[in-house]
Write a protein that binds this ligand. Structure first.
Ligand code: ATP
Length: 199
């Protein structure tokens, strides 16, 4: 499921619509300090559903909208789009190309789209859940993250391995099934009580 393009428009230092095409192999992004390299990985995490403004180095999610410069007025919206080649159907979505997009307005209103259809955050998260590239996965290692992983508690580290191994999805399904089982057991107890009363 190669990421073929990333389109950043109005996000942080990217006042102009910027298209980054990824070809086969490794892509390196270089630039002086403060030129916006980290903003690119943050844009990727944001479109994949990042909900914490703090982890994007802001106080409020609206802080990710281009705030203006000496020569440019601030913008009132930001949009980031990721385009995946999905011919091998590694993303569980019935299309050869998957286009995931997130937009935020100055009011703070936020929306997501998958292939031009409005979707919920949970749909975006579900799309990436088994792919190993979800917003908190080890596919994206920001500055300081290596230290954080090495210093993490055993439980947190186990979660990281479980996500990398694709176990997390099954764990959630198991929890859901256990909830349904418990509800069904309650219903059975109630039915048995009713049967006893009628006998
Ligand atoms: P380094 O190599 O030092 O880690 P970098 O290339 O990763 O730097 P970033 O941290 O991605 O750079 O970019 C920081 C720049 O983004 C700063 O110049 C900052 O002013 C700018 N920036 C951050 N948020 C906004 C915003 N909302 N509007 C305009 N510019 C912003």
């Amino acid at each position: 499921m190669p990421l073929t393009s990333l389109i950043i428009d109005g996000f942080k230092s990217f006042a102009d619509k910027t298209i980054i095409d990824f070809t086969k192999g490794i892509t390196g992004i270089v630039g002086p300090n403060g030129s916006g390299k980290s903003n690119i990985t943050e844009a990727i995490r944001w479109v994949m559903g990042e909900g914490s403004a703090k982890s994007l180095r802001g106080r409020n999610m609206k802080d990710i909208i281009f705030a203006g410069s000496a020569t440019r007025k601030p913008l009132n919206r930001a949009q980031v789009t990721m385009i995946f080649d999905n011919k091998n159907r590694e993303l569980d979505f019935p299309a050869d190309q998957v286009v995931v997009s997130r937009r935020i307005l100055a009011s703070g209103d936020n929306d997501y789209q998958i292939n031009n259809q409005s979707v919920r955050l949970r749909d975006v998260r579900a799309l990436f859940m088994d792919s190993g590239i979800s917003q908190n996965s080890l596919a994206i290692i920001s500055q300081g993250r290596v230290d954080q992983i090495l210093n993490s508690q055993a439980k947190e580290r186990r979660g990281i391995f479980e996500e990398a191994a694709g176990v997390l999805h099954f764990k959630q399904q198991k929890q859901q099934a256990q909830g349904q089982l418990a509800a069904t057991n309650d219903n059975l107890i109630r039915i048995n009580d009713l049967v006893k009363e009628l006998e």
